[in-house]
Design a protein around this ligand. Structure first.
Ligand code: NFS
Ligand code: SF4
Length: 678
């Protein structure tokens, strides 16, 4: 069980018990984002319904579902666990609370794994079509990344053209989805430190094929199959390792196709929408679409001007926003929870979407303004919106068609003279920190052992450790309040911050991806560390370094997964000994459940700030918050109060750093091997 210094507060229970988690359904302004607040006044005035109103209408939410003890797996149900004893303590089939909670949880992991890996498959398919000459608008942008990937996978580069090499590597990726043998996944095994490989073999959770692990979860959770909560959870964890493999594949091939991100400046929040321009918002996840839209917009600037616009403004929402921010400095309009508020400005001409995190509610808002919603993928359509099938064999033409629709809509908007309402609120931000970009910064200080710069700063106490900030928005919390409070709190405690997804969009919107953020919130150690990095790199950086380092979209959590595995190797330990924690302050999606689970099995203490549906089973709760620590080194810190969460995360880092130092000292004093206990 994880051990903390202050056990009065720091135990595995959330500081606020379930019955005291009060919410006021009448107060729909559940955010601290000034632009969102301004827009909520506007939507209330104009009677536009958004997620904030629907959240209110949904209160109070079902307490059975909230705790994970509602089962709808077969339609003899729905069954709910109503009592501690007797027939009401089981579903009709006899499933106990622990079976139901575990089954529901691992189905969420399988859902998340499906989403990430289907996204990855899409990228690999485009790569293969490109290699065969069927996707002429795509190219290899970063051959160096391809070479590094080939080397990592043990693929010989001798006598092969880039395209031949890429095809070979892509085929290995494709096999990871559907191969039928029992061997570990290539893209997982190539990225794990030795300690983790051994751990996964010992625990029998080595995934064999991504699709297969999803199917296995669906099978074992079918009525009347697996009832053992531990067996179910381990099955889910195996699937979560398939999830990170999918993410790794998505990141690696996206970098090869579109470039590995480098530090870049941009802006974030609704103020980036310019009513005088044709506004095209890219929303969803896959850069296969959004990167092409960005390229098309560049070519069509003149066409937009001829239509009377000042130009074309592309802005992003959700992770596709992160993808184009990271690689092209495209500004962020906003994050998941405010997607409808972007449309409520009335100034968006086209919102083009692909997959994931696209609220069906956007259509109703769009209809108020003649805004065009364009869906592009056969599996992701919204009634009442446009569908322009995105065909990679004519990707540029499709992207141009979308922009052209934007130009036409702009003309109608201007002719109608309809007023728009764009909050004049935006923040400067720095993004683009791929793992390569981070290592490059470190290499300016220590060219031979770049990672030493980070690990030494932790061992000598300048930094307390590293925290991955990940995850979504969820109106269970006050939108962006937990995100920003946790970032500030950890920064004050000298924690080096890296992050992905909608948390980083919050950070960007609230000025935390700037040096001003460092000046305001960084503790002395963190500030000195960031200043030193900047001094060594200032010739090649567009600005001073930020408080938190934006590493990309949610699939780019793979970059952070690589970081802690490399840190473990550098330090000669397994991941659970590395002072590294993670936090998803406002998690919501199944993808977040999958990510949280593989972060945990990787050996990282993982805070989740919005309660996942686990509270209905004490057994499952104890496994994921306590026992997981003893097995994997990682465990969940389920804590809804951001202030307490910061304390718990800091305590987890202190514990690791303290133990590591003692073990190091002992090894040096007695000339023994470094103790691997965690
Ligand atoms: Ni991640 Fe990114 Fe945002 Fe959550 Fe959705 S956009 S893939 S799931 S809501 S962080
Ligand atoms: Fe009820 Fe069992 Fe069916 Fe679930 S699987 S709905 S608990 S009968």
């Amino acid at each position: 069980m994880p051990r903390f210094r202050d056990t009065s507060l720091l135990n595995s229970k959330p500081s606020v018990p379930r019955k005291d988690r009060k919410k006021n359904p009448k107060d729909i302004k559940r955010t601290i984002d000034p632009a969102a607040l301004e827009m909520l006044d506007h939507t209330q005035e104009c009677n536009i319904i958004t997620a904030f109103d629907r959240w209110s209408a949904q209160q109070p939410q079902c307490a059975f579902g909230y705790q994970g003890i509602c089962c709808r797996i077969c339609f003899a149900g729905p069954c709910r666990i109503k009592s501690d004893e007797g027939p009401g303590s089981m579903g009709i089939c006899g499933a106990r609370d622990y079976t139901i909670v575990a089954r529901n949880a691992i189905r969420m992991m399988a859902g998340g794994c499906s989403a990430h890996s289907d996204h990855a498959r899409e990228v690999v398919n485009v790569v293969l079509h490109m290699c065969e000459g069927h996707a002429p608008d795509y190219k290899i942008t970063d051959p160096q990344k391809l070479y590094r990937l080939a080397d990592k996978l043990g693929v010989s580069r001798e006598g092969k053209s880039d395209m031949e090499l890429l095809k070979e590597v892509a085929e290995i990726a494709l096999a990871d989805f559907g191969k039928q043998d029992e061997k570990p996944l290539s893209f997982l095994w190539a990225n794990l430190c030795e300690g983790r490989k051994q751990k996964y073999m010992d625990c029998d959770i080595v995934p064999r094929a991504i699709d297969r692990e999803v199917v296995e979860v669906m099978h074992r959770t079918h009525v009347g199959v697996d009832a053992d909560p531990i067996n179910l959870i381990f099955g889910g964890l195996k699937c979560s390792l398939a999830d990170v493999t999918g993410e790794q594949i998505a990141t690696d091939f996206s970098d090869i196709l579109f470039g590995t991100p480098k530090p870049v400046m941009s802006e974030a929040n609704l103020g980036v929408i310019d009513p005088e321009k044709v506004n095209v918002v890219v929303h969803g996840h896959n850069p296969i679409l959004s990167d092409m839209v960005v390229a098309a917009a560049k070519e069509m600037e003149e066409e937009a001007k001829a239509a009377g616009a000042a130009g074309i403004q592309i802005s992003g929402i959700c992770c596709t926003g992160n993808e184009v921010l990271m690689r092209h400095g495209i500004p962020l309009a906003t994050s998941y929870m405010a997607q409808e508020l972007a449309l409520a400005t009335g100034a968006v001409d086209v919102m083009v979407v692909d997959v994931q995190c696209i609220m069906p509610g956007i259509r109703n808002v769009a209809e108020c303004f003649n805004t065009k919603i364009v869906t592009t993928i056969p599996i992701s359509k919204i009634p009442g919106s446009y569908h322009i099938p995105f065909d990679e064999s004519r990707a540029m033409d499709c992207a141009k068609e979308i922009i052209r629709l934007g130009i036409e809509t702009f003309k109608v908007r201007k002719e109608s003279g309809r007023p728009v309402k764009v909050p004049q609120i935006k923040s400067k931000c720095m993004a683009g920190f791929s793992l390569e970009a981070l290592l490059d910064l470190f290499a300016a200080i220590n060219p031979e052992r770049p990672l030493r710069v980070l690990t030494d700063a932790i061992i000598n106490g300048e930094l307390l450790g590293v925290c991955l900030l990940a995850g979504c928005n969820n109106l269970e919390a006050i939108y962006e309040k937990s995100h920003t409070e946790i970032i500030k709190g950890l920064a004050q405690n000298n924690v080096f911050l890296v992050g992905t997804g909608c948390v980083m969009q919050a950070a960007a919107k609230h000025g935390l991806l700037t040096y001003e953020g460092v000046e305001k919130y960084a503790g002395p150690g963190l500030k000195a560390f960031i200043d030193r990095l900047y001094e060594a790199n200032k010739d090649k950086l567009p600005d001073k370094l930020p408080l938190a380092f934006h590493m990309g979209s949610c699939v780019d959590n793979s970059r952070v997964f690589n970081l802690w595995n490399l840190m473990a190797e550098e330090m000669g330990v397994d991941v659970p000994k590395v002072p590294f924690v993670a936090s998803a302050p406002e998690a919501m999606s199944e993808k977040a459940v999958a990510i949280g689970s593989w972060v945990l099995v990787n050996g990282i203490p993982t805070h989740v700030g919005t309660m996942p549906p686990l509270e209905g089973s004490n057994l499952v709760w104890s496994v994921v918050t306590c026992i997981a620590h003893d097995v994997f080194g990682g465990y969940f810190i389920l804590e809804t109060d951001p202030e307490v969460a910061v304390k718990k995360l800091v305590a987890a880092l202190e514990y690791r750093a303290w133990k590591l130092r003692i073990h190091k000292k002992a090894a040096e004093e007695y000339g023994t091997e470094l103790c691997q206990a965690f």
